[in-house]
Design a protein around this ligand. Structure first.
Ligand code: GLA
Length: 383
């Protein structure tokens, strides 16, 4: 449906239809945030909201692109884009936006011929659902001749963010989007760079997974994300370990002379352990334990890692008041973005009403609420 309307839009804009259309979903981290760049594990699930990219090759070196999501337009020669890769239009700071992504994909793909590109879809940027990795991977697909996604694209899309967008991110998002399968969550081991499908069937257990997009958007390059990556690295160096995923909780006790780094290390180490526990609990259908682990994860991200903020906290607190069968946590990098909550289906309607009321009373705007019935498939070519 959306794909057909994007292809029609492409024809209206560029005169003929696209050669290819690619789709990349967003993701939620069910549990395991800020572990990936320290060699840790995460469980993620693809959502139905997605980025779509339609493209057609050109015989010259012109690149014309439009994003229906952000309203940006681009019309430039490949050599200008390649020359300016990684730079913001003002020349200060890292690149961003349509131009930033397209230039980086051209450079990393070694592409020197032009293309017409139309970006659309339903995934809002900056809402903690991995819109950057989704846009990168959909663009890489649409500008390649491939029929299937290539596992190597995970590192290419990570390099794009690290080198050109100023975000020293790990591999969680890219692996989640590439390895997602319809109906399955993905267990990611960023240290070993592997991902496997895992059965997380909350619906069969009478639970719903609710995604609350708080509307607090941010660009990760402008948040303390990079600072956290550096702090975690420093803590690992102090412990004499290659990364914090290999630390034990007892090791973290040794960092009491550097309390801030100790808190950072405690988060990564404990979060990594929670991932393993959540996978085991979900496999035996113990969703109350998964909910407990999600609550503990949010507390750790808030208190030890300092990546939460007031709307995220207020949202989680509302879910906490629903009782022990419910667990909520911020999902993704934090600093804004989205919260996920696992709760009994019987409580879902009342929770949504209470959320909208609380947001209005506290002047938080209107949350966007989505229910993830089952995990969506990963990056794919549609046409
Ligand atoms: C962002 C990054 C990921 C990961 C998460 C936090 O989404 O892109 O690599 O670090 O934050 O878990």
């Amino acid at each position: 449906m959306e794909e057909a309307s994007l292809a029609r839009g492409f024809t209206d804009l560029f005169g003929t239809g696209p050669d290819r259309v690619w789709r990349a979903p967003g993701r939620v981290t069910v549990i395991g945030d800020h572990t990936d760049y320290q060699g840790g594990q995460s469980v993620a699930a693809a959502v139905s909201e997605c980025v779509l990219v339609a493209a057609r090759d050109r015989n010259d070196r012109r690149v014309r692109a439009r994003s229906l999501t952000t309203g940006e337009d681009l019309d430039a020669d490949v050599s200008d884009l390649v020359a300016g890769v990684g730079q913001s239009p003002s020349g200060n700071g890292p690149a961003s936006g349509l131009r930033g992504f397209v230039s980086a994909v051209l450079v990393l793909g070694g592409r020197r011929s032009g293309a017409d590109i139309l970006v659309g879809g339903t995934l809002p940027p900056g809402s903690g659902l991995s819109s950057s990795a989704a846009l990168s991977l959909a663009l890489i697909g649409a500008l390649s001749g491939a029929d299937e996604p290539d596992p190597k694209w995970a590192q290419i899309a990570q390099t794009l963010e690290n080198r050109y967008l100023g975000v020293p991110s790990g591999l969680l998002d890219q692996l989640a989007l590439l390895y997602a399968r319809d109906g399955y969550a993905v267990l990611i081991d960023a240290g070993r760079q592997v991902a496997e499908a895992v059965w997380f069937d909350w619906a069969r257990a009478g639970r719903a997974l609710l995604i609350v997009d708080t509307g607090v958007t941010r660009r990760l390059s402008e948040t303390p994300y990079g600072e956290r990556v550096r702090e975690a690295r420093q803590a690992a160096v102090l412990l004499g370990l290659p990364n914090l995923a290999s630390a034990r909780i007892e090791d973290v006790e040794c960092l009491d002379e550097t309390p801030l780094l100790q808190r950072r290390a405690r988060h990564v180490t404990s979060e990594n352990r929670r991932v393993g526990e959540a996978v085991k609990a979900a496999a035996r259908g113990d969703w109350d334990t998964v909910a407990d682990l999600m609550r503990a994860s949010h507390a750790s991200l808030r208190d030890d890692y300092d990546v939460s903020e007031r709307v995220l906290d207020a949202t989680c607190e509302l879910f906490d008041r629903l009782g022990p069968h419910t667990g909520a946590r911020l999902t993704g990098a934090g600093f804004g973005g989205s919260v996920i909550a696992l709760l009994p289906i019987a409580l879902e309607k009342a929770a949504k009403v209470a959320l909208v009321r609380m947001y209005a009373e506290r002047g938080f705007g209107t949350p966007r609420l989505l229910t993830l019935g089952r995990p969506a498939p990963g990056v794919q070519r549609l046409q």
